[in-house]
Unconditional design. Structure first.
Length: 619
């Protein structure tokens, strides 16, 4: 007899019960640490980021805070540098609510700038350093930035965006550039010399509360233009203290940061988790798989954040002497696929992998405290009233939750796939339930679902399909818009990609659905990066797919690329791939079709493309 705990009764096999007991304890302690640190935020509405970092400077003054190959700042120096930026901003006419764009690579100075702006009520819009001109200009314009601080090394890239931005936009350069200083772009780092690093006197401080905006952080833009998520002082502190709690960070910890600091994980969560307890951070400008473990060992780092494919890139490197020489006790992040979870943990001997699910703009945060492979988080039964997250039935065709005869949404049964929702509440005892939205109010409203389970309730739409098992573990299935229907079945691009990625020689893969004339739904297509394109075993791949996937989920089309287009946080961009489909007149890469007549993948030329579109080949 197997009980509800997954334990075998009457046989003396107590290991499953002990495993469950350990799991429950990990969630009790993890949730307690997080809530103990985050619940007080709402109870002190006038304590903002400004106060936090001044307190940290007083407490840990000479201790190292932020380190890199370019510069190092102690807690006192970080606070003093931020005070200089605060006084400069005030002198430049930047006040409460004014937005300043920040375009700068990873470095300690980055934190000092946005912190200094926050001290006078300014709002730093953290700009993606990889965006092309039109997208960068969109970000600047969408938040109504009055000024922008641009690293000298990025001025050439910024020029294209400047031409598309407001004529009133003030530009300040940080650092020396080949073009030299110009009147229309003075060097802000030189201007700082004229300002004091002492704390601003209380009488001169602009009144701030936790509801005042602190940062704009942009979404990755995987499906369109990036959107600016509103990060007020409450939400920034929630990220800082929450991640300090779940990681159990102490003053002995050093965080390794190689993720972009213009995103929440690298620029707020990783920094705050270490600094809020007196620890330190080593900051690398860009992620390097080759240098990663060498950096971690050399700088004695004990934690790091990962995102998406970073772990896969590390696994793809040749074995090295630093693979297990490090002092890392924990890594935390999201997007670590189930197919490499154990291999990554074992090869690099990482004691604790803490996978979590969250979004910068969302109110759903769940953690996999007990490192269960494949799960993105868990909410035990006894925590469901504190963290209110539901999975509801979803119609892939309409891309809307299914409602019953009473007009209400229908909660999924265990292991049933649906959209994940988080209830929106303003309750100090449920700090993660608040929803601050985007700079664009229309975009914010689009993410809210009303009258879900009762009249008047409001829920945040995650846009993600998940399933939850009987023990409360959540498993990511796919992003809404990525999942598609074919032959009356829902196809998860994530599950298909995981099946293909196991095949020898496949380095990267992304899966999506493409329109085929005369057919309902979308046919599956996979774009691959492989080791040896000329010698790649297409017949073996077809057999592998056939053994791993049901017929409706097997991709009909293949595209071979030299590399996949990704965001800076390793999220795959599929927009152009979907638009180009399998049309050989639009795609210069090799294309193949799984021909049912021959039982093999065959090249797609214009003639075959015409036959498929005319319906002469049965799909």
């Amino acid at each position: 007899m197997i009980d509800a705990w997954g334990c075998v009764g009457g046989s003396g096999e107590y290991v499953p019960f002990l495993e469950r007991l350990v799991s429950e304890w990990s969630y009790v302690t993890g949730a307690y640490r997080a809530l103990r640190r985050t619940t007080p935020i709402a109870r002190h509405p006038n304590r903002t980021i400004r106060d936090l970092f001044e307190e940290l400077a007083f407490k840990y003054g000479p201790r190292p805070a932020l380190l890199s190959d370019r510069e190092q700042l102690t807690y006192a120096e970080l606070n003093a540098r931020a005070n200089q930026y605060a006084r400069w901003a005030r002198a430049a006419g930047i006040g409460k609510g004014d937005v300043v764009g920040l375009l700068m690579p990873n470095r300690p100075e980055y934190v000092a700038i946005w912190l200094g702006l926050a001290k006078v009520g300014g709002v730093a819009a953290l700009l993606n350093t990889n965006l092309p001109g039109p997208s960068l200009a969109h970000c600047i314009n969408s938040v109504g930035a009055r000024a922008v601080i641009v690293d000298a090394a990025l001025m050439d890239a910024f020029d294209a965006a400047r031409r598309l931005s407001s004529d009133d936009l003030k530009v300040y350069v940080h650092g020396a550039s080949a073009r030299g200083e110009t009147p229309d772009a003075p060097r802000v780092d030189r201007l700082l010399a004229g300002f004091s690093g002492a704390d601003i006197p209380e009488a001169e401080k602009v009144p701030l509360t936790i509801n005042d905006r602190c940062l704009y952080i942009f979404t990755s833009g995987t499906t369109g233009m990036p959107k600016a998520a509103n990060m007020n002082h409450y939400r920034v502190q929630l990220a800082i203290f929450g991640f300090a709690g779940v990681t159990g960070s102490t003053a002995a910890d050093r965080m390794y940061i190689c993720l972009p600091m213009y995103h929440t994980n690298g620029g707020v969560c990783a920094v705050g988790a270490a600094l809020s307890v007196g620890g330190s951070c080593y900051i690398r400008e860009k992620f390097s798989a080759r240098e990663f473990w060498s950096d971690v060992v050399t700088h004695e780092c004990t934690m790091f954040f990962y995102i998406g494919e970073l772990c896969r890139f590390l696994l793809a490197t040749p074995p090295g002497p630093n693979d297990k020489r490090h002092r890392v006790r924990l890594c935390i992040g999201n997007g670590l696929r189930p197919d490499i979870f154990i291999a990554f943990r074992d090869r690099f001997r990482i004691p604790h992998i803490l996978e979590f699910y969250a979004a910068t703009e969302g109110n759903i945060t769940i953690f996999n405290f007990d490192s269960k492979p494949g799960a993105v988080g868990r909410i035990p039964k006894w925590m469901e009233r504190k963290f209110i997250v539901k999975i509801v039935r979803f119609d892939v065709e309409t891309e809307q939750p299914v409602r019953g005869p009473d007009g209400r949404c229908i909660e999924c049964a265990p292991d049933e796939v649906g959209e994940t929702l988080g209830q929106i509440l303003d309750d100090p005892s449920k700090p993660s339930a608040r929803f601050e939205g985007y700079a664009d109010k229309a975009a914010s409203q689009h993410k809210i679902l009303h009258d879900v389970f009762r009249p008047g309730d409001a829920w945040f739409r995650s846009g993600d399909l998940m399933r939850k098992d009987a023990h409360g573990y959540f498993y990511f299935v796919d992003r809404i818009g990525d999942t598609f229907r074919w032959k009356g079945e829902n196809v998860s691009t994530t599950e298909v990609a995981e099946a293909i990625s196991d095949f020898p020689g496949v380095r990267e893969v992304t899966v999506y659905g493409v329109a085929t004339p005369g057919m309902d739904g979308r046919a599956g297509m996979a774009s691959l990066v492989v080791d040896n394109p000329r010698d790649f075993d297409l017949a073996g791949l077809r057999a592998h797919i056939g053994a791993r996937l049901p017929e409706y989920a097997r991709p009909l089309f293949l595209r071979f690329q030299e590399h996949l287009e990704m965001t800076a946080t390793f999220k795959q961009r599929k927009v152009d791939l979907v638009a180009e489909g399998f049309d050989p007149s639009r795609v210069r890469d090799p294309l193949y079709f799984s021909d049912p007549r021959q039982g093999v993948f065959v090249p797609v030329g214009l003639d075959l493309y015409g036959e498929i579109c005319a319906g002469r080949i049965r799909l």
